[in-house]
Write a protein that binds this ligand. Sequence first.
Ligand SMILES: O=C(CO)[C@H](O)[C@H](O)COP(=O)(O)O
Length: 291
Amino acid sequence: MGISALPTSLPVRPVVGITDVKAGAEAVLSPKTVEKALSAIESSKRLAAYTAVDHYVKPEHRVIGIGSGSTVPYVVERIVQQGVEANKDRVFIPTVLALSVSGFQSKELIVESRLNLGDVDQYPVIDVTLDGADEVDRSLNCIKGGGACHLREKVLAEAAKTFILVADYRKNVEYLGTNWQPGVPIEVVPFAYAKVLSNLHNSLGSPNASLRMAVKKAGPVVSDNGNFIIDAPFDQEKMKDPYPIMAQIKMLTGVVEVGLFCHMAEAAYFGNQDGTVTIKRSDGSTTQVTP
Ligand SMILES: O=C(CO)[C@H](O)[C@H](O)COP(=O)(O)O
């Protein structure tokens, strides 16, 4: 598979982790090297998702939130493997309700897997929500919204008694912004975007914040809610404890939701290249297991 055919859920997202770092970012990797790196990444995603489902999706769970991105299909795959009997009385709540061009959307996944579909307005309390992340720090704060879905994702995370993150090893960092370069995704109502950009540039310390532009369409990316997305990078000082900047951005009039999820996850599962899974928990503990 050539690099132009890489499966990404959004064209603006960098393919982190498969550049030849030693040779420099511009180095062209052979298709074979790229394919090997990609299959390692896919295996890591699957490993994280399967282990998280095995630990957190229990027979007594009836309402389950399903996030978006390219790791979540493995969550659904593992849940389906629990069998028809286990799933017949369960309801699954997707983060994306509209059918869209992306092959990774959670509604399609649920419907195609013949699981029961519900929405959060019918089921405002969810037993467990599992979702991917763009990056997760040592305290389980995370950046989400690489796929512009973070409004619904945050609602499903907040509605859940237990919120679990699943990701490959590239997302496991000390501080947010280490590998994830575009910055914090911010959903804004369209008419307020220039004002919010100005607030970010001049008052909140993100001089390079920019409107996310579509790649296969003219103009900006439009979210499932009809809004624009701003990507705002911040320096490490601000990302060491992202809660204050998250709250400041959220207070700006015109902002609908910020893709910083602080103090929400109970655990994060990272699949590693060596076949192990690193589990970071909200109590500060970290374990490594071999499933
Ligand atoms: O926040 C998200 C979409 O808005 C995704 O969960 C996040 O981008 C992770 O995606 P992937 O599993 O493809 O790396």
